[in-house]
Design a binder for this molecule. Structure first.
Ligand code: FBP
Length: 338
C-alpha cells in the first residue's frame, strides 16, 4: 500500500478543475473530465491488450494512407463512445482515425466545442510495448455552424485547451487551458488522476534532441546544419545526446521536463518543397500550446506553429518544438528554407 507523502495533498482532477484551477467555463471542465475518462479506459486496456490479442494491424488503411493498428481503432472508438454520450458540450469530433468530422447531434449547431484528437500516438510502438500517447485540443464552435468546419480551421492560437496523455510506466495527463501547464498521474489504486505538478516550466535549454535521424538524406542543408551544431563540440554549443522513443508524446514530455528539442523536419521533395509528417490540428498545434504555456517554443521552421492557418483538418507540417534556445537556433539556421 503506497503511502502519500505528508506534504503533498492528494488533489484529484475533478476537484482541481472545479475548485483549484483558475475559473473555467463549466463546459470545458466537463470536456476535460471526459477526456480523463477516455484516457483511463485506454490506459487500462493497454495493460492487457497483448493478452487479449489486440496487438497488431487491423488491416485497414486510414486517411493518411497509414496502416491502422487494432488499438488505433479501439482507442478512437473509446473517444466516440465517451463523447457521443453527450455529457460534454462537444458537437464535433475530429480524429486522426476519421476521414471526416463526426457530428454529435446532442449539441449540433449550438454554442459548443470541437474536440480534435490523435487517439493513440506512437502507433509503431503498440506491438513492442513502447511509449504511447493520446493528444487532444479543444476549439470553440460558433452556433449554427452546420457541417462546415471553416470556424475550426483557424490558427492554433484559437485553441482554448490542449493536452496529452502519456502511457508509460505511469499514465500521465498533461494539459493547459491557457493559464499554465499542469500534470496529473493516474493512481490505479483509487482510479483517479492525482495532481503531480502545477504550472510546469520548460528549461530554456536542454541536453537532448529527438529526431528520426535515418531521414538525414531527405533533409534541407539547414536541418543538417542544426544537427551538426547539436552534435558538435560542447564548447561550440553542442554536446547534445540523441533520445528518440518513436512517439511524439514521449519525446515531447522529455523536453517539457528536462528541456531540449524534438523535430520532425520536412522531407525535400523533387519539387524542392518540404512536407512534414505530423498533423497540425491534432498533434502539432496542441503540443505547441503546451510548449508555449510552459515557456518553450514551437516552429514549423518558417513560422510560429500557433500562427499557422490550416487549409484542411489532416494537414501535415514540419515541427521544431521544445526549449526556446534550441527552437530559436532551428529558425536561425533556416531549417525549412524560410
Ligand atoms: P501516429 O502514431 O499517431 O501516427 O503519430 C505519428 C508518430 O508515430 C509520432 O508519434 C512519432 O513522433 C513519429 O510518428 C514517428 O515517426 P517515424 O517512425 O518516421 O520516426
Amino acid at each position: 500500500m503506497a503511502t502519500a507523502s505528508a506534504e503533498a495533498p492528494v488533489i484529484a482532477l475533478d476537484r482541481y478543475l472545479r475548485a483549484t484551477a483558475p475559473k473555467m467555463e463549466p463546459g470545458l471542465i466537463v470536456t476535460l473530465e471526459q477526456v480523463g475518462l477516455a484516457v483511463k479506459r485506454i490506459a487500462s486496456e493497454l495493460t492487457v491488450a497483448a493478452l487479449r490479442g489486440e496487438l497488431g494491424s487491423s488491416g485497414a488503411i486510414n486517411v493518411q494512407g497509414e496502416e491502422v493498428e487494432k488499438l488505433d481503432t479501439w482507442s478512437n472508438n473509446v473517444f466516440i463512445d465517451v463523447f457521443a454520450g453527450g455529457g460534454a458540450p462537444v458537437s464535433t469530433l475530429i480524429s486522426e482515425e476519421l476521414e471526416d468530422p463526426r457530428y454529435l447531434k446532442a449539441h449540433h449547431g449550438r454554442e459548443s466545442y470541437a474536440l480534435l484528437f490523435d487517439p493513440l500516438d506512437g502507433s509503431s510502438n503498440t506491438d513492442v510495448n513502447g511509449s504511447l500517447g493520446t493528444i487532444f485540443a479543444v476549439r470553440r464552435r460558433k452556433p449554427g455552424h452546420g457541417e462546415d468546419i471553416a470556424d475550426v480551421l483557424g490558427p492554433g492560437s484559437e485553441q482554448i485547451a490542449a493536452g496529452y496523455a502519456l502511457y508509460g510506466p505511469a499514465t500521465m495527463l498533461v494539459w493547459t487551458t491557457g493559464t499554465g501547464v499542469n500534470a496529473f498521474v493516474l493512481d490505479h489504486e483509487i482510479g483517479e488522476f492525482v495532481l503531480w505538478r502545477e504550472k510546469i516550466r520548460m528549461p530554456q535549454r536542454g541536453k537532448t534532441y529527438a529526431v528520426n535521424q535515418a531521414n538525414l538524406s531527405k533533409w534541407s542543408p539547414g536541418v543538417r546544419a542544426l544537427l551538426d551544431r547539436l552534435t558538435g563540440p560542447k564548447d561550440r554549443g553542442g554536446g547534445y545526446s540523441l533520445r528518440y522513443c518513436g512517439a511524439f508524446v514521449g519525446d515531447f514530455h522529455r523536453c517539457l521536463l528536462n528541456g531540449g528539442i524534438f523535430l520532425y523536419p520536412g522531407e525535400m521533395t523533387s519539387g524542392g518543397k518540404s512536407k512534414g509528417k505530423l498533423r497540425l490540428m491534432y498533434e502539432v498545434a496542441p503540443m505547441s500550446m503546451i510548449a508555449e504555456q510552459a515557456g518553450g517554443a514551437a516552429s514549423t521552421g518558417r513560422q510560429r506553429v500557433l500562427d499557422f492557418v490550416p487549409t484542411s483538418i489532416h494537414e501535415r507540417v514540419p515541427v521544431y518544438i521544445g526549449s526556446v534556445e534550441e527552437v530559436a537556433l532551428a529558425d536561425q539556421l533556416k531549417t525549412e528554407g524560410g
